[in-house]
Design a protein around this ligand. Structure first.
Ligand SMILES: Nc1ncnc2c1ncn2[C@@H]1O[C@H](COP(=O)(O)OP(=O)(O)OP(=O)(O)O)[C@@H](O)[C@H]1O
Ligand code: SF4
Ligand SMILES: [Mg+2]
Length: 322
């Protein structure tokens, strides 16, 4: 596979007064052109930090090791200037908290223009035309008025849409979308997911979609990685994972996936128990305390990822016994 983005044993640690936080441990995967990878897992499982680390955006007390290869270049080795050149151009990220990533003192229209004139070399006229197209596509009303406003004049949902517009304008080779539609209503969510689909098909952008919503994964992603306690516990083509989940945690997630006739907020947290403490991870399987299938060895011995066929991996002792 011609890989756009490859993580090779990415490990992220945070230094705190209470000791080191093992946010991400030995994460590896490869993502090809035109592919959409879903990343799912409970709150605190390391999804966001994986990609913030890859883009050089960790908090000052964080440190990443391993490799994050973007088109063959290790992002962890680049300085700020080189990273800035790649970010927002060949590689774009829609953040979970969009409020912080727009420039506060610059009109939204000018921020969007800058993406196209500075990074893409478009004329002002061509840039304006393209901005209007994208704003219309993501259903931003009163576009001309909106373009003349500052970010603080936008609601959270509207700011999120501006961030999405900005990412789509770049037509990046890699788009990382971290819970991009959570703040938006269901109709807008659906429209935005359609735009991601179009981006993937037309520009062959690789997309990473971080989400709690397995329904979104099913609609857009080709492959999915399930994270638990900062590690990959299962990976595979979406259809396989949904039809035949191998890891007890994935099985639990799928069991509590909301159905159409259910309250939309009743989702992942339905697995009994708490996620592990990343400052005190157990020596064995991090899921052992909550696992109804745990074997005696699970508490002491951490299961490694096993290959289970093309693109299919899972880490569970049950699979070794099978
Ligand atoms: N600056 C920091 N110092 C210490 N620990 C941190 C820091 N930033 C993040 N963490 C910890 O890293 C872990 C992984 O966080 P991450 O943001 O990747 O979770 P997530 O899977 O994206 O969760 P969510 O679904 O809530 O967004 C969490 O336990 C978090 O508390
Ligand atoms: S390794 Fe053991 S505790 Fe972990 S998921 Fe598998 S059976 Fe459960
Ligand atoms: Mg997150």
């Amino acid at each position: 596979m011609d890989s756009v983005f490859t993580l090779d044993n990415l490990t992220v640690r945070f230094a705190t007064k209470e000791g080191a936080v093992a946010a991400v441990s030995d994460l590896s995967f490869a993502l090809g052109r035109g592919e959409c990878l879903g990343i799912v897992g409970e709150s605190g499982s390391g999804k966001s930090q994986t990609f913030l680390a890859s883009m050089g955006l960790l908090a000052p007390n964080g440190h990443a090791t391993g490799r994050a290869l973007f088109q063959g270049q290790d992002l962890l080795k680049l300085d700020r200037e080189a990273l800035n050149k790649i970010r927002g151009n060949r590689m774009a990220m829609i953040f979970q908290d969009s409020g912080t990533s727009l420039t506060p003192h610059m009109k939204v229209g000018n921020q969007l223009m800058e993406v196209l004139t500075t990074h893409k070399g478009l004329s002002a006229e061509a840039a304006k035309k393209r901005i209007l197209e994208v704003m219309e596509a993501i259903r931003i009303p009163e576009i001309d008025k909106r373009l003349n406003q500052y970010p603080h004049e936008f609601s959270g949902g509207m700011r999120q849409r501006v961030m999405i517009a900005m990412a789509l304008l770049c037509e990046p080779d890699l788009l990382i979308a971290d819970e991009p539609t959570t703040a938006l209503d269901v109709t807008v969510q659906a429209q935005i997911l359609q735009l991601f689909k179009a981006l993937k098909q037309h520009t062959r952008s690789a997309i990473v979609l971080i989400t709690h919503d397995l329904g979104v994964v099913a609609g857009l992603c080709d492959r999915v990685i399930v994270m638990y306690g900062g590690r990959v516990v299962e990976e595979g083509p979406v259809a396989d994972i949904f039809a035949n989940p191998k890891h007890p945690y994935t099985q639990g997630l799928l069991k509590c996936m909301p159905r159409l006739d259910q309250d939309l907020d009743a989702e992942l947290e339905a697995i009994p128990g708490q996620p592990p403490n990343l400052q005190k991870l157990p020596p064995g399987c991090a899921f052992a305390e909550r696992c109804t299938h745990a074997l005696p060895r699970c508490a002491a011995e951490r299961p490694g990822l096993r290959d289970l066929g093309p693109g299919r991996r899972a880490a569970c002792h049950l699979l070794e016994a099978a």
